[in-house]
Every structure is written in structure tokens, then in C-alpha cells.
Design a protein around this ligand. Structure first.
Ligand SMILES: O=C(O)C1=C[C@@H](OP(=O)(O)O)[C@@H](O)[C@H](O)C1
Ligand SMILES: C=C(OP(=O)(O)O)C(=O)O
Length: 428
């Protein structure tokens, strides 16, 4: 489908059972593949990003069985893959590309890793530099610092590496996931600022579930012991996706509500549940249980603009940019430089598309500032830049009662193939 015409609506109400978390699904799949024993994975996300990870694991010789109803059985290989030479295509899945690069660097084989054109523009140099300090042998097949990559067997090397954390936390995540494969005590030190910290929290939580403890000195240094080894937890349940939850919570905050999302709540390991705090700051009524969150419009009056450092919620913060259209005042979202190196340059893309519906938007290297229009411009034709979050975020404009055309709606397949169907169930 080339485009999807969404009708204007004004009320959002209902309950949404969330699809599985992308971040947790892809971590669990790789750790289960590298563990001793069989792992029964429940509630796995079914989307392009997880399909790329599953296809890669199959190509590497891992036993991967679809038991139906989002239940997968992964037969762990115990620290190495049987297939020693293959080429993997990982689409635009950062959570597959970066951790697989790190893990395969220590698996003693020859591997070529490729992605879509945009993946070949997304930086990976800081990860490769750190892996090389640990003996990894990796060649760039295109532009230095970017995929595609050719990975060769590692050579013996030292026990400490430094990694820069200010471009993507996925580099540190990849390293942490790979360290137990070295069977040698190894320390990784973070040089300078570390962005998107809650994702490191997800990584550490998943490593713990698979039997690996990481000794931590704040966010500055991480050590994995020589005898660390992944062990299957037997069964594991994937939480609902907290970033996907943001669209429905925003809908509840804009369109009256209540909208309840089920699958994430106050017990979640995902940093993006903190999106609910940002909505509360804007005046939305938020309630939370262990594994659900509910959002309604403010008790009185309209939503209010905010000025917020969004470094801890880089993905869900995009949703705030659209909520800003419905808030009184000027909203500024800060410390979001990483938006520029994701599925597209998200600061530029968001600015362009919000202007189409009448907003005044200022952008800087690491911020976006949005002044809502008096009235939204109807029938905007929204471009989505092959970015699932652009499509999902901009669909919320319809809650202002204006129809919107979304170009290339299928880009939501990256993390949430059923998104528009679910939105139609709660938005009237
Ligand atoms: O580790 C993860 O699962 C992710 C980390 C974040 O990336 P950065 O660390 O590049 O901000 C986030 O944007 C991405 O969608 C998922
Ligand atoms: C940045 C994202 O994806 P990736 O995991 O490919 O980095 C995202 O889903 O918003």
C-alpha cells in the first residue's frame, strides 16, 4: 500500500494489549542462542526487526522453532555458532546489527554483515574500535566507520577496552553481550558521556536472567568474569513494548481516555515507561499498576507544554513532539542528538512533517522546539522516511479532528505490524 488515509477523530478510549518489546526480544533471542540449554521464549515480538534476528540465528545454525502464538523455542549453542562462514542481512535493525557484530567477533568464524542502505549510513565505528582493542579482526566493506562489515576470527589480546557512549548505547550493549564469549576477565570503560542509559539497564537485566553478573562502577566501567557463561533460564516472558505504548498513552492524554496499555507498567525494565511521567508533567492523568498504564486527558483544561531533557527516552520522546501540537505553550525536547543517526534524521524529519500540519518548529543539533498552530491544517500528506516511529507518531495528529494521509504506512512493520489496526480500535 502506497498510502493510508486516516479519518479525523476526537476521542480515544479502550484497552490495548501491547506487542512484545523489540529491545527485549532481540536481546533474549541472541542470549538464548549463546546459552547452554533450551529456552522457551514467550510473547516474542513478531516484526521485521525480530525476523532479521531469527533469520540470522538460523543461518548461523541455531535451532529456532516457532511453537505458535508468539512462543519460540531456541536451542542454545553454548558460546559459539556451528556455522563458521556466512553472510547475514539485518535490514535496519540496530538491536540485531550491533550485538551480532560484537558476538560474532569472538565466535571464531568469517562473517559478512549487511543491512539496508540506511543501515550503511548508521555509525558503528565506536563499537568496532572497542572490539579491535579486544583482538577482533573486522574490515569495513564500504565507508570506514559504517556497515557492511567483514568479521574474521579474533586474535588473542588484552583484557580492557574503551568505548565511546555518546553516539549509541547499542555499542556498549553489544560489548556487554559479547564479553562472556571471550572466557577471560574483561573490562569495558565508557569514555565521555553515555547516552540512552536505560537501555544498558535492559541489557544488564537480560544478562542476569541468563546467568551472567556484571560488576559495575556506575556507568563508567563494566567487568565480566572469566568464568561467566550464559545459561538458559528455561522459560522467559517478553514484556510489552514500552515505546509502542507511548502512542496509545498519548492518544489517551489527547483524546479524553481512558486508554489503558497492558504488558508494561511500574515493574518494567524498559526506560520508555518513563514517557508516562512526561505526559503527567504535561498535565495528563496517569495511573500505573505492575504491568499496565492508563492515560486520560487533564482533569481541567488542556495539556501544557514542557521543556524536557529526553536523553533517557530517545524513542518515546518522538511521541512528545506530536503531543506538543495539543499543548498550550512552546515545547522543547532537549539532548536528542541521537535522533539524527537512527532510521532517518528524526529531528529534521519531525520538523518537516510537523510544519505540514501548521506547527512552527525550530531545530538545533540536539533539540527540537514546537509551537502548536491555532488550528491544525487538515489533509496533510505525511512522509514517513522509512521510519516506523514517524508513521506512528504522526498518525496521532488525527486526534485533532483532521484527516491525514500517511505515506508508506508499511514502515511500521519494523516494530509494530498491527499498529494502524490497533489504533482504529481505540480512536473514534
Ligand atoms: O538498545 C536498544 O534496544 C535500543 C537503544 C536505543 O538506541 P541508542 O542507544 O542508539 O539511542 C533505542 O533508540 C533503540 O530503539 C533501541
Ligand atoms: C532507533 C530505533 O531502532 P534500532 O533498534 O534500529 O536502533 C527505534 O526503534 O526507534
Amino acid at each position: 500500500m502506497e498510502f493510508l488515509d486516516l479519518p479525523g477523530c476526537s476521542v480515544a478510549r479502550g484497552t490495548v494489549r501491547l506487542p512484545g518489546s523489540k529491545s527485549i526480544s532481540n536481546r533474549v533471542l541472541l542470549l538464548a542462542a549463546l546459552a547452554d540449554g533450551v529456552t522457551e521464549v514467550h510473547d516474542l515480538l513478531d516484526s521485521d526487526d525480530t525476523r532479521h534476528m531469527l533469520a540470522a540465528l538460523r543461518a548461523l545454525g541455531v535451532g529456532v522453532e516457532d511453537c505458535g502464538n508468539h512462543h519460540w523455542r531456541i536451542s542454545g549453542m553454548g558460546s559459539a555458532f556451528p556455522v563458521k562462514r556466512t553472510e547475514l542481512f539485518l535490514g535496519n535493525a540496530g538491536t540485531a546489527f550491533r550485538p551480532l557484530t560484537a558476538a560474532l567477533a569472538f565466535c571464531g568464524g568469517d562473517y559478512v554483515l549487511k543491512g539496508v542502505a540506511r543501515m550503511h549510513e548508521r555509525p558503528i565505528g565506536d563499537l568496532i574500535d572497542a572490539l579491535k582493542q579486544l583482538g577482533a579482526q573486522i574490515d569495513y566493506l564500504g565507508k570506514p566507520g559504517f556497515p557492511p562489515l567483514h568479521i574474521h576470527p579474533a586474535t588473542p589480546a588484552g583484557d580492557c577496552a574503551q568505548v565511546r557512549g555518546n553516539v549509541s548505547s547499542q555499542f556498549l550493549t553489544g560489548l556487554l553481550m559479547a564479553l562472556p564469549l571471550r572466557q577471560k576477565a574483561t573490562t569495558v570503560e565508557v569514555v565521555g558521556e553515555l547516552i540512552s542509559k536505560p537501555y544498558i539497564g535492559i541489557t544488564l537485566a537480560m544478562l542476569r536472567r541468563f546467568g551472567v553478573a556484571v560488576a559495575q562502577d556506575g556507568w563508567a566501567s563494566f567487568t565480566v568474569a572469566a568464568d561467566a557463561r550464559y545459561r538458559s533460564p528455561g522459560e522467559i516472558h517478553v514484556e510489552g513494548d514500552a515505546s509502542s505504548a507511548s502512542y496509545f498513552l498519548a492518544a489517551g492524554a489527547i483524546g479524553g481516555g481512558p486508554v489503558r496499555v497492558e504488558g508494561v507498567g511500574q515493574d518494567s525494565v524498559q526506560g520508555d515507561v518513563r514517557f508516562a511521567d512526561a505526559l503527567a508533567l504535561m498535565g495528563a492523568q496517569i495511573t500505573m499498576g505492575p504491568n499496565w498504564i492508563e492515560a486520560r486527558s487533564p482533569k481541567e483544561g488542556r495539556l501544557k507544554a514542557i521543556d524536557l531533557d529526553c536523553n533517557h527516552i530517545p524513542d518515546a520522546a518522538m511521541t512528545l513532539a506530536v503531543v506538543a501540537l495539543f499543548a498550550d505553550g512552546v515545547t522543547t525536547l532537549r539532548n536528542i542528538a541521537s535522533w539524527r543517526v537512527k532510521e532517518t534524521d528524526r529531528i529534521a524529519a519531525m520538523a518537516t512533517e510537523l510544519r505540514k500540519v501548521g506547527a512552527t518548529v525550530e531545530e538545533g543539533a540536539d533539540f527540537i522546539r514546537i509551537t502548536p498552530p491555532e488550528t491544525l491544517i487538515p489533509n496533510a500528506i505525511i512522509d514517513t522516511y522509512d521510519d516506523h516511529r514517524m508513521a506512528m507518531c504522526l498518525s496521532l495528529v488525527t486526534l485533532g479532528g483532521v484527516p491525514v494521509r500517511i505515506n508508506d504506512p508499511a514502515c511500521v512493520n519494523k516494530t509494530f505490524p498491527a499498529y494502524f489496526k490497533v489504533l482504529a480500535e481505540i480512536a473514534q
